[in-house]
Design a protein around this ligand. Structure first.
Ligand code: C2E
Ligand code: MG
Ligand code: MG
Length: 726
């Protein structure tokens, strides 16, 4: 700031004095304002800020004292130099006591006046600069305080002993401590016990520059407010950077350590994100179970451990039966919810240390390490799973039933590495699928051949219809009182170009899973009814044709239409067709199945429950559905099953069917003993190798011409019977 930037006001009631002062100063480079008398001076002082006032004391009306009083009153603070004719000491004293900078008597010595003016202006300049600096300092301090307190980080200063001398307000929101209560306390009060050792090297860091601690992860303790906590919110992950504080190195030779300055950043969100990413990489998002990668990790470890400890371990491959049907008919939302419920239930079967993983879709894998009691432990778990899954699942108002096919491989006998164990458990699982599902099987070496065959079945089945590779055989169903063939069951065969004749049990699961069963099933219905028409046209006795309809096929929208049009086209009356469905088909989607079966029954078609007794065997649906026949599964007819006549399942089913006025067909009758037993129970119909294996159409037409079947023991027993059996 130069002289001419400073404002000077000259006040005097004598215009000559005014002019002479003004000229004097102008020559020395000062620009000045003048005021004649005290009143005008006050006016000008109110309008403009002056640095210096040259003030006459003795003026009429408003004198120099009045002007100074005004200045004080209005907190205007120019330097005031009294230039007065007053000579008394008292005048000078009182002027100075009113705040005048100096007192010059008229006539003044020019040099003295100029020196005084220069000094006053210099002092004023310094005063102004000082004020400005102070304001800047205050502003900067305010800014720093603001930055420190609103910082998302905890900022602290420790004394050389590690006690807090400063900590910002962030500590309150992050850890719940009042910052005042921490001042003077040791930093260890905030450090999580487990991280204390590491904290010693970073929290009161002495180093500076590149060697100081930077971004070190630690956990801090939150203040324990005594409230019960359900999650661990008592620690806060932070990233700490800190450095030593020293006094000015230039001033003394030896630096003095004054303490530590540190910044701790809350990294909770980053930790959560890291954990989520980590979780997602190793878990299935739908069920939160470990995924394939984590299972492989754990299996790898378990194999090494088993090798070292000479233990056994088991890998279970578990595939839900007919899950695709649920997904297709009820939608993915329901399917997903069902998978979640299934995984929760499966978790209930685990021992500590077992790993249940979702392999994708409806496949789960179970790793059972530390198997000591050979296979028995594993069998128990597999049985437990099968039993647990029997209870229905409630999903969005639907009562759903699922079952699982489980394949098991054991380390070391079924494989010593991860891939072989998983593959062999998978092979065993496919065997369960092929043999009726809802069961478990241990891998055995002879399973490998059909498995590789299964793979080619999967592709070959797509072309089988077009290549005319399917055919039907017909197995007689016999009236046990008369011995007459009252019907036949159409049984599908696939003549595979490489593998020869393949049983439906082996390829139907594939056909169901791929959806090809719909086309194949439609072909079966048409072919079977055409054959029946051929027999009738040839004048053979009218019999009933039983056709197996798979669950997936029954779920088709057009199934009723397909069946009714096939009947119409062939002119076969509805009551000559019986469809065989399984209990699973009904349970999968009861409401829609009831509608379809009722429509078919209206057209005379009869409905049989196939393999009765192996599924849910629930009596409730028997009332709801238009069912005519129960087919007792052949498993119940095995000799070992009826040593005690009164308590057999067959006994119960026959009694129940009679009560409900249902027709009963016993399946798989192979021996005379079984037949005698059935007769004793008054079972009305039977089917099995004792009467004949599934035959070609030609053989059936011959049988229909011949006399009735007469199984040994019946009144109509004839010698020709053996010829009919193949
Ligand atoms: P299913 O409907 O229970 O058929 C009876 C099965 O038992 C037939 O096996 C038959 O050959 C066999 N069997 C009959 N009598 C005896 C006997 O005395 N002893 C023994 N051990 N077995 C006997 P197959 O033909 O291999 O059929 C197996 C299953 O494949 C059938 O069981 C049925 O569920 C399914 N299936 C067969 N044909 C078709 C079809 O056209 N469509 C559908 N969706 N499934 C079919
Ligand atoms: Mg059947
Ligand atoms: Mg059956």
């Amino acid at each position: 700031m130069s002289n001419n930037e400073q404002n000077i006001l000259i006040v005097d009631d004598d215009p000559i004095v005014l002019k002479s002062l003004r000229d004097l100063l102008a020559v020395r480079g000062y620009t000045t304002d003048t005021a004649i008398g005290g009143k005008e001076a006050i006016c000008q002082l109110d309008q403009k800020e002056y640095d210096l006032v040259l003030l006459d004391l003795h003026m009429p009306y408003v004198n120099g004292h009045d002007v100074m009083i005004h200045l004080r009153k209005h907190k205007q603070a120019p330097a005031v130099i009294i230039v007065s004719g007053e000579t008394s000491f008292e005048a000078a004293r009182s002027a100075c006591s009113q705040g005048a900078y100096d007192f010059l008597r008229k006539p003044y010595a020019t040099e003295e006046l100029i020196i005084t003016i220069n000094n006053a202006l210099k002092e004023k300049r310094l005063e102004k600069q000082n004020k400005q600096m102070q304001m800047q300092l205050k502003e900067s301090e305010r800014l720093h305080r603001y930055l420190v307190n609103t910082s998302p980080d905890i900022i602290y200063i420790l004394d050389p002993k590690g006690n807090f001398t400063f900590i910002n307000e962030r500590i309150e929101s992050l850890l719940g401590f009042d910052k005042e209560e921490l001042i003077g306390k040791h930093y260890s009060l905030l450090v999580h016990q487990a991280d204390m050792e590491q904290a010693k090297y970073v929290f009161n860091e002495r180093r500076v520059g590149a060697r100081a601690s930077s971004n070190i992860e630690l956990r801090l303790k939150c203040k324990d407010d005594g409230a019960p906590r359900y999650f661990d919110t008592r620690s806060l992950p932070i990233e700490l950077s800190s450095m030593g504080i020293y006094n000015d190195a230039k001033s003394s030779k030896q630096d003095t350590y004054l303490g530590t300055y540190g910044v701790a950043r809350d990294i909770t969100e980053r930790k959560i994100a890291e954990e989520t990413i980590n979780f997602q990489a190793y878990h299935d998002l739908l069920t939160h179970l470990p995924n394939r990668s984590l299972l492989r990790d754990r299996l790898g470890l378990a194999i090494s451990h088993a090798k070292r400890e000479k233990e056994m371990l088991a890998v279970m491959f578990l595939d839900l039966d007919r899950f695709k049907n649920i997904n297709d008919s009820l939608g993915h939302m329901i399917g997903d919810e069902l998978l979640q419920q299934v995984s929760t239930r499966l978790k209930g079967c685990l021992r500590e240390g077992d790993t249940l993983a979702r392999f994708g879709g409806d496949e789960f894998t179970l790793l059972l390490p530390k198997i000591s009691d050979r296979r028995e432990d594993v069998s128990k778990i597999a049985e437990k799973i099968i039993t647990l899954l029997k209870e229905p699942f409630m999903v969005d108002g639907h009562e759903l039933y699922v079952s699982a096919s489980i394949g098991i491989s054991m380390y070391p006998q079924d494989g010593t590495n991860m891939d072989t164990l998983i593959k062999n458990a998978d092979v065993a699982m496919y065997h369960v699928k092929g043999q009726g599902k809802n069961d478990y099987k241990f891998f055995s070496i002879d399973m490998n051949t059909p498995y590789t065959r299964s793979l080619s079945l999967d592709t070959g089945i797509h072309k089988a219809l077009a290549n005319d590779e399917f055919s039907l055989l017909y197995q007689p169903q016999v009236d046990l009182k008369t011995g007459e063939i009252i019907g036949v069951e159409a049984l599908l065969r696939w003549e595979h170009p490489e593998h020869g004749t393949i049983s439906p049990s082996e390829f139907i699961p594939f056909a169901e899973e791929t959806g090809l069963i719909v086309d194949i099933g439609n072909w079966v219905i048409k072919t079977a009814l055409n054959e029946l028409k051929n027999w009738t046209d040839a004048g053979l006795p009218q019999i009933r044709m039983s056709v197996n309809i798979s669950t997936r096929h029954l779920a088709e929208k057009n199934i009723v239409k397909t069946i009714n049009s096939a009947l119409k086209e062939t002119g076969i009356p509805g009551n000559c067709l019986e469809i065989e469905i399984t209990e699973n088909a009904i349970m999968d989607d009861m409401d829609s199945v009831v509608q379809k079966l009722k429509k078919l029954a209206c057209n005379g078609v009869t409905i049989a429950i196939d393999d009765f007794g192996t599924g849910y065997s629930s009596l409730t649906y028997l009332h709801k559905l238009p069912i005519h026949t129960l087919k007792i599964d052949r498993a119940f007819l095995q000799d070992s099953n009826f040593t005690n006549t009164d308590h057999t399942i067959v006994n119960t089913i026959v009694a129940m069917a009679k009560g409900l006025h249902l027709n009963v067909i016993a399946e798989g009758v192979e021996t005379q003993k079984q037949l005698d037993y059935l007769r004793e129970l008054d079972c009305n119909q039977a089917q099995g190798f004792l009467f004949g294996k599934p035959f070609t159409s030609d053989i059936i037409s011959q049988l229909l011409i011949q006399e009735p079947f007469a199984a040994p023991g019946s009144k109509k027993s004839k010698s020709g019977q053996q010829d009919r059996r193949h």
